[in-house]
Write a protein that binds this ligand. Sequence first.
Ligand code: ZN
Length: 78
Amino acid sequence: MALTEGEYEFTCDECNGDGSLQYIRAAVDEAGDETDEAELVWDKCDDCYGDGTVTVDDKVAAEKIEYGQTPIRTPSSS
Ligand SMILES: [Zn+2]
């Protein structure tokens, strides 16, 4: 799939490319009530919708590159 001009693809930095995130939520007991205990659950990453990659425009891409990320694909490299 070719990128539109001005679009850059990065590994999702929220989930590190996994497409899913582990987070902590309150555990529920058999009655469905929240308990004092926490449990770890996996859920689909909100940033990349489970893809593991995000496609951003050149403005956001410039910011990400400034923060040290390297694009997986750029419009010129495809
Ligand atoms: Zn993600």
